[in-house]
Design a protein around this ligand. Sequence first.
Ligand SMILES: *Cc1c(COP(=O)(O)O)cnc(C)c1O
Length: 362
Amino acid sequence: MSIARTLIRADVRALSAYHVPDASGLVKLDAMENPYLLPPELQRQLGERLGAAALNRYPVPSYAKLKAALRERMGIPAGFDVVLGNGSDELISILSVACAKPGAKVLAPVPGFVMYAMSAQFAGLEFIGVPLAADLSLDLDAMLAAVREHRPAITYLAYPNNPTGNLFDLDAMLAIIREVGDTGLVVVDEAYQPFAGASFMPRLPQHPNVAVMRTVSKLGLAGIRLGYLSASRDLLAEFDKVRPPYNVNVLTETTAEFVLEHAAVLDAQAEAICAQRAALLAALAALPGVQVYPSAANFVLLRIVRPGLTGAQVFDRLLQRKVLVKNVGKMHALLENCLRVTVSTPEENAAFLAALQPSLES
Ligand SMILES: *Cc1c(COP(=O)(O)O)cnc(C)c1O
């Protein structure tokens, strides 16, 4: 018997590893990355800053300067602080571990972000997925019933949701937050906030059972891995005990501090992407055989609706034309024949549209 078979948990052995396809030579529209780099002058200044960083020292675990910059630039309510993660993926893991009392459950609408369920499983929590309505909005009655039945420790609401791209109805979210009451935590995941034109953050002080989680990944800094989460002081103090003390490295810390001093550059990139999103949505809406969904994120969800043609076939044909998107058709029954496509530069979006049109022939 191999040591892996005797040693490793059966549920872990049954998993397949998180698959990231090779994108070399392809137009990469599968991972919601911002296509823009920093301008060359800022790259040079950042290089100097990084060169002078104290690589010989552990990070100072208070991260006081970076947290102050985030509080100031990211609209954190007065009196509220943040806890930092190595990406919001790590924050999700910290939340799961901190709340993993025996029998505790995690609830989220599905289809949703896969890490909620995976992280719950790793920490020994049961995951309850509540299907969205057919139009991909929250099924409020089903959500309220599931909260009553399961009394989840954590309920995730991604605002906007991935992979559907829509903003959930705020009144429905407030009803869920009320129903959860003081028996659980509702985590509003705002990974796409730079493109959403909406945020729960200003409401945070009114809801002691809510945490708002964000990341700089979709904003243009996916490579540095930094997420932040705000909630009441007593909750943050507990999450901070679970956080590995040096989880954000000095290169990430230095880069984030530098970029936040130049936040206008990222804001302008987000604005350009939002303008491109409008153009892409309009172009897709005019294509026969494609149903496109509204998006408040830096990606669009589309469904192939031509009889005799599947989303998987279109995905393959796009790949043959050197365009990589995400085939989400197998993720959930509600997403049958759906593809998810990152909004990119005008050139890459045009390349996608040029590859899509011939790929739609049945
Ligand atoms: C991309 C994404 C994240 C992950 O963010 P990282 O900070 O890169 O780990 C979290 N939540 C949602 C909904 C996402 O789509």
